[in-house]
Design a protein around this ligand. Structure first.
Ligand code: NAI
Ligand code: MG
Length: 363
């Protein structure tokens, strides 16, 4: 029996709809396992620009810092597209990740057996399913390295970015990836470009130095160009993939795409301190906002990750994952995952179905 404060950031577009369903699931888990989840809604993104003039109000960041975990819907939409970059909704999310020092982005890409047709890969390749966890370094590497910038007159223009990692940064993301592998199939693939980049050689060295501390995990190394190919050729060979910011940005989108269903994929952003941040990988889907059409399962699975990685509640996390697998196996579908002629549920009905399954599994 414990009490947890969860800071909820519904955001824009479908954000409030999917967040509400995820909150209902959290409440149901609390009832079932005897926890109290105190949830507060705070503004972020376009909603915060409208009411506070900035995408991440100081009070929102403060409320996040005082919570055990943060659950985010999505931010952005056409209403704010004309704004200058510094005050766009997406800035709120970047500022939040930075403000909470979240250096690791975890993105599981799972193909549910009943949703194989949604995959862009050949049926024989996904026949046994896909279950890859991409661990991307989020606060270092070429996106943040100095020097950076542009110079020169037309005809002589130059631009530069710098890829830099120190061993502390590599070690902390490495540890997190090894620990994630210990909780899964105990296979870790570290992706780099060590045949060309000194940064990657250091990355590889540090991963090898960590390996003896995790004797139950098998570590292998792969060049990023080969990894990009192997992900679509034979995704089943991967369990946990760990890589730098740039390579992870690309590979995590690739891994998500092979599952075919953007409405089903959760993510976690973790640091050394609490709280961590949990959110679906999709955006605010303005085209279907306010119509009760959104798939809430990516956000509900993000609640699963919140329980597992944010609060250390394994059983509770397993219960959420199992309830989602159940509703998919039952044939319940929102529009984004429905096949031709299949009945389509709304966002609220899908959320309620997951809560029902949780209840039914308990009985
Ligand atoms: P999007 O992910 O919002 O939508 C892409 C397509 O997938 C749309 O057709 C949408 O209807 C569909 N879709 C997305 N989530 C769905 C769900 N849960 N259920 C059913 N269908 C779903 O990406 P898009 O259109 O590129 O971006 C829209 C806005 O979201 C932009 O302002 C963008 O900047 C923002 N965005 C925000 C993110 C975040 O908050 N983390 C991430 C990506 C985009
Ligand atoms: Mg990306």
């Amino acid at each position: 029996m414990a009490t947890f404060t969860i800071c909820c950031l519904p955001g824009d577009g479908i954000g409030p709809e999917i967040t509400t369903e995820a909150q209902n699931v959290l409440t149901a888990i609390g009832r079932q396992f005897g926890h109290t989840f105190t949830m507060t809604d705070e503004p972020i993104g376009g909603a915060a620009i409208d009411t506070h003039g900035v995408p991440l109000p100081e009070a929102t960041l403060q409320a996040c810092r005082e919570s055990h975990a943060v659950l985010l819907g999505a931010v952005g939409g056409p209403k704010w597209d004309a704004l200058e970059t510094a005050i766009r909704p997406e800035k709120g999310l970047l500022a939040l990740r930075k403000g909470l020092s979240l250096y690791a982005n975890l993105r599981p890409a799972v193909i549910f057996p009943e949703l194989k047709e949604a995959s862009y890969l050949r049926p024989d390749i996904v026949a046994d399913g896909v279950d890859v966890l991409v661990v991307r370094e989020l606060t270092g590497g070429i996106y943040f390295g100095e020097p950076r910038g542009r110079e020169g007159e037309p005809g002589q223009r130059r631009a530069m970015n710098t890829m830099v990692y120190d061993e502390t940064e590599v070690r902390r993301i490495g540890r997190l990836a090894f620990e994630a592998a210990q909780q899964r199939d105990k296979r870790l693939c570290s992706v780099d470009k060590a045949n060309v980049l000194e940064v990657s050689q250091l990355w590889r060295e540090v991963m090898n130095e960590l390996a003896p501390s995790y004797p139950d995990v098998t570590l292998e190394h792969m060049y990023v160009d080969n990894a990009a190919m192997q992900l679509v050729r034979d995704p089943k060979q991967f369990d946990v993939v760990v890589t730098s910011n740039l390579f992870g940005d690309i590979l995590s989108d690739e891994a998500a795409t092979i599952t075919g269903s953007i409405g089903m994929l959760p993510s976690a952003s973790l640091g050394d301190e609490k709280p961590a941040l949990f959110e679906p990988i999709h955006g605010s889907a303005p085209d279907i906002a306010g119509q009760d059409k959104a798939n809430p399962l990516a956000t509900i699975l993000s609640v699963g990750m919140l329980l597992r990685f944010g609060l250390g509640l394994e059983q509770e996390a397993d219960a959420v994952d199992a309830a989602v697998a159940d509703v998919i196996a039952q044939g319940l579908r929102t529009g984004d995952i429905a096949g031709p002629g299949e009945a389509v549920l709304g966002c609220r009905a899908m959320g309620a179905a997951v809560v029902d399954r949780l209840q039914a599994r308990k009985d």
